[in-house]
Ligand binder design. Structure first.
Ligand SMILES: Nc1ncnc2c1ncn2[C@@H]1O[C@H](COP(=O)(O)OP(=O)(O)OP(=O)(O)O)[C@@H](O)[C@H]1O
Length: 670
């Protein structure tokens, strides 16, 4: 319902908005005035940090209204907004969207009003409250979704926005799933997976703040361009303390300078490599060959070889425990071994009537004799050194890989040993191997909750890298098997979930597409039988006659500039997507036509209004209008090129123009 400016309801709601703004200003002033005086310097610093965070979370985004909806029950009325706002007496003026009282706003329907008589949604224009839409749920009346549609179609001009005002019931169920529950969302393009994952992180932080503030929340995305696109969503929701990163950054212990041949990268990402690395590390532990004389408080005590063997065997066994939390890590095992020798000497001394101190025992553990023994039997290792040695020395690899990798596979992995570990030309897949070894050496610090996006592309070893960051926490896995473009691309979610350490996770489908108009989605869905047979096609929540243009062209030059110039005359973002190799040429063509286009880079720099997008960077992004230049080249560029094309065709919110040279894939032709 669009209200007239004199509508009394609108006037009352505007007054409430003004009140909420005043209260928010007061809350901010009060938070700013708190003196950070704790009982000591540390406590003061903590208080200061907490205050800074509270101020940051209260810092209102100027254009963002304090509330976006309202629920009227039989007795109570709540205004629902991005954060809780209260007046000077503590009375709530706006309820946080994550609070339990807000749930009916998202879930109630005419069939199940959940205690609501009315649900009201507000429309804003430039921060002004301009309209409202009422649903008299108790009377069986439901809205037509016009505000949802307006929200989706609002032109994009930068990073991703939150969807807090219009989260849909099927999305809300995932957002509010309990913290203990890991979820895997299999969602077609534009069904809101990324949005749901981010809102779930915000919901969990609100609901389990204390617990998660200690353990933290991590969001993992496919690349920097994607992170740049999503990174503002959580701060707008008031959550400034979430780590957002890529798998490459997570595993970035060595500088990546080289690229593997595809078959080598595939092998390096294989789960069997974990076994090879484990053997390479633990297999190098030697059998003690001799007694050791341990110096302790001025005397030497003989620890016989049989006992030494037992120590080593026991520790090794504890290093093989499957559960990472219970497992004795290699580096800790080495220290424990030294302590066992020192402890043995101590016991001997005590039996002889002495009473060595703890400090003396620790000194014994660090003595040259004990060190020499540990160096020989349980050598200190560093992750990069171990991987460099394994890949550079066929004999070392053969020992670790016997019965696990074929000889041909071992040969594939081999590369000439570099002069030093530091000069090793590491590849991205090597970095994951190095991280795997680091995880064997020492326990990796884990988060309380991890959201992993575009998870369909993770290699088994990358899954393990994410799982190591999870500790005892839970996981939100987001992805779409139809958009899988990596060589590991699983046919179902089971292997990925097992690799992520949560094999029993329930897979929840999302099939209502919000981003892409029906005409465009139907067109892209024609590829599904070839790329993901059996996967249900998404249905679009809206249709948009004229949204799709498929145009044969003899030459790109003229039509491309003409189409982009046309689109640029309207509002919103434009993505011109082409095969990676064609990016310079497409950028040149647009430049020559006087169009201000910039190539989207993977360094996290912001996308220009007209962005030339390499097809391999398009995943997860969206633009108001998309021009796909030469789809056949996108398909031809890689083994899973059809899936890549499916990704590319599903990036448009309003308009998709496909310019092709009469060589469309069969499923799209005709
Ligand atoms: N409930 C909603 N209300 C408003 N907009 C929504 C809603 N759900 C999703 N959207 C919008 O639809 C678009 C697609 O959402 P999102 O990127 O999260 O989908 P996705 O499933 O991750 O897509 P893809 O797999 O294609 O990358 C975004 O612009 C998002 O804001």
């Amino acid at each position: 319902m669009t209200a007239t400016p004199t509508d009394p309801v609108l006037a009352a709601e505007r007054a409430h908005l003004a009140l909420a703004d005043d209260c928010l200003t007061e809350m901010r002033t009060a938070a700013g005035a708190v003196v950070d005086a704790g009982v000591d310097a540390w406590a003061s610093e903590r208080l200061g940090a907490a205050r800074a965070e509270r101020l940051r979370s209260l810092a209102a985004d100027p254009g963002v209204p304090a509330f976006f909806g309202r629920t009227d029950g039989a007795e109570e009325t709540f205004h629902i907004g991005r954060r809780h706002v209260r007046d000077a007496t503590g009375t709530p003026v706006v309820i946080d969207w994550r609070a339990p009282m807000s749930r009916p706003f998202y879930r109630a329907s005419a069939a199940d009003p959940q205690g609501l008589v009315r649900r009201r949604r507000f429309g804003f224009s430039g921060g002004e409250l301009t309209s409202y839409e009422d649903e008299l749920l108790a009377a069986g009346e439901e809205g037509d979704g016009s505000l949802l549609r307006a929200e989706i179609e609002r032109p994009r001009s930068g990073p991703m926005r939150d969807i807090v005002a219009t989260i849909q019931p099927e999305q809300d169920e995932i957002v509010r799933a309990p913290l203990a529950e890991s979820v895997c969302v299999q969602g077609a393009p534009g069904t809101g997976k990324t949005a749901v994952g981010l809102h779930r992180a915000a919901y969990l932080l609100y609901t389990h703040g204390g617990q998660l503030a200690r353990t933290g929340v991590l969001v993992v995305g496919p690349n920097r361009a994607f992170l740049r696109y999503i990174e503002q969503v959580l701060p707008t929701l008031g959550e400034v303390d979430v780590d957002q990163t890529t798998v490459a950054e997570l595993t970035g212990r060595v500088p990546v300078r080289a690229q593997d041949a595809p078959e080598v990268a595939v092998l390096k990402g294989d789960a069997r490599m974990a076994q090879v690395l484990e053997r390479a590390l633990w297999g190098a532990i030697a059998k003690p060959a001799d007694d050791v004389l341990v110096p302790l408080a001025g005397r030497r005590y003989r620890v016989p070889v049989e006992r030494l063997k037992r120590f080593v065997d026991d520790l090794r066994r504890r290093g093989r425990v499957a559960d990472d939390q219970q497992r004795l890590h290699y580096a800790a095992g080495r220290e424990r071994l030294a302590m066992l020798l020192a402890g043995d000497a101590r016991r001997q001394k005590e039996e002889a009537g002495g009473s060595p101190s703890d400090a003396e025992t620790r000194r014994a553990a660090r003595s040259p004799e004990v060190r020499a023994f540990c160096d020989a039997v349980w050598p200190a290792r560093d992750p990069a050194g171990l991987v460099a040695e394994l890949l550079g020395d066929p004999a070392v690899l053969a020992r670790a890989a016997r019965g696990v990798l074929t000889e041909e596979e071992q040969a594939l992995l081999h590369r000439p040993a570099p002069r030093s570990v530091r000069s090793t030309p590491w590849s991205a897949a090597d970095a994951v191997l190095v991280d795997e070894v680091a995880g064997l050496l020492e326990r990796t610090a884990g988060y309380g909750h991890v959201v992993v996006d575009e998870a369909q592309d993770l290699s088994p070893l990358q899954c393990r890298a994410v799982a190591r960051r999870l500790a005892a926490g839970s996981l939100t896995v987001l992805g779409d098997l139809a958009q899988a473009t990596s060589p590991w691309s699983p046919a179902d979610w089971a292997p990925t979930l097992a690799g992520l350490g949560r094999p029993g996770t329930a897979v929840r489908p999302l099939t209502r597409g919000y981003r892409v108009p029906g005409e465009v989605l139907d067109y892209a869905n024609r590829l599904l039988p070839a790329i993901a047979p059996g996967l249900p096609a998404a249905s679009a929540v809206r249709r948009e006659p004229g949204a799709l243009t498929v145009r044969p062209v003899a030459d790109l030059a003229g039509p491309l500039a003409e189409v982009v110039a046309d689109l640029a005359a309207g509002p919103g973002s434009i993505g011109v997507v082409c095969a990676d190799a064609a990016v310079p040429e497409v950028a040149r063509l647009l430049g020559a036509a006087g169009l201000e286009a910039a190539v989207l880079a993977d360094d996290g720099s912001p996308a220009a209004r007209i962005a030339v997008v390499p097809a391999t960077l398009a995943k997860g992004l969206e633009f108001d209008a998309v021009v796909v230049a030469d789809p056949a080249a996108i398909v031809a560029a890689e083994p899973r090129g059809l899936s890549r094309l499916y990704v590319v065709l599903t990036r448009a919110v309003s308009t998709l123009v496909v310019l092709h040279r009469d060589d469309l894939p069969d499923l799209l032709a005709g």
